[in-house]
Design a binder for this molecule. Sequence first.
Ligand SMILES: Cc1ncc(COP(=O)(O)O)c(C=O)c1O
Length: 424
Amino acid sequence: MAATDPSLAAILGGSAAVTADHAQANRWPILGDEDEQAVLRVLRDGNLSFHPEVQALEADYAGLTGRRHALAHNNGTAGLLAAFFALDLQPGDEVLVPSATWWASVLPMLWVGLVPVFCDSEEERLGIDPDDMARKLTERTRAVVVVHLWGMPSKMTGIMALAEQHDLKIIEDASHTHGATWRGRPCGALGDISVFSLQNDKLAPAGEGGILLTDNAEYYERAVCLGDIARIYELDSPNRRFAATSFGIKTRMAPLSAAVARVQFRHLAEHNRVRHDNLGYLSDGLESLGCFHTYREPAHIERTYFEFIIHYDAERGGLPIDTLVAALQAEGCEVTAPRYPLVHEQPFFSEGHWQRILRATTRQADLAYDPASLNRTRTYSHTLLRLPTFPGGGRDILDQYLAAFGKVLAQGDAILAGTSGSHA
Ligand SMILES: Cc1ncc(COP(=O)(O)O)c(C=O)c1O
């Protein structure tokens, strides 16, 4: 068989540029002997429901963020539910949210009668757009959910100014930013209540887990009353009267998960640095191609890379985004659309399931909802690409990715001619 031409794009019959091992480069979480020993210690202690490992993890996160109170949860979604509950808002109160996020930033609020009002995201950092927030304010707006999407802190100056002006509470979903900072302040300390997810993909994974953080004692106690029945007994306040029942949900974290989370927490800075170095290198190379924007951090931010999302300018690149993706995949690149679909486009909203839950909790019958809204975010989201974060990768695979991108773009005309049938 004739050898394939390595300089020819693989989609045109050339050989693939990426031959390095993805499994090694993308291995996550990075677990080892330390994690095993930590789990064994808890296991051998024998108490799998109550163990000081959980409180020690809470202290780790209180230390990272400088916050007064930390409460571990069985996942981030439960932490967000507790955050919405803790604020003690009224049924029917409105909360500004981005649609470009994971559903858990939004949906738990429905169960405490809060009404999500979807906002556009801005294109510089992909967070909720303060200008659109201002447009969506009504006399019922009480809070905003800020999500530092993919690891990039949101535009907090504008968000905080608006929140201050209109007395809005900030719920900070910091699930992608363990270890990131904004103007020297840690993510996880930028909201009235903040939540980290410790799910398996996250930067400091526990398997499943979440941490709620706040400086407000009453918010903390309400979160305890919602989901941590055993700790209600420890409260030295009138909230202790709920110790016999809680508020009906159980969300405390399993100590075995906390054991893993603590080891991962100890390696957080080092793991973040590997991603940062690798993706900084890749970003430099991609930006030099002239048609990609890679969301490098501005001077006042230290970002993390939960996922590596880049923007593609098809006019400059010359190939439609679907053709580009197909050609890169043929080169062996793991390039796809971002994982999260826009929340406001989902059947849960468009089919009216959310109204049924809200009608039960708020008794309002006239909740407006427009699935065709947020045109700007909808259009922009189709320009985004997801690449691996290379948490274990060396430079070889990064160079191969850059070679693949360069090769595909350089042969754009030939690729368009050769693949036009499938994109007609
Ligand atoms: C932005 C965001 N918020 C919340 C969550 C929910 O966290 P969990 O999966 O731990 O429930 C996730 C991830 O899963 C997330 O990505």
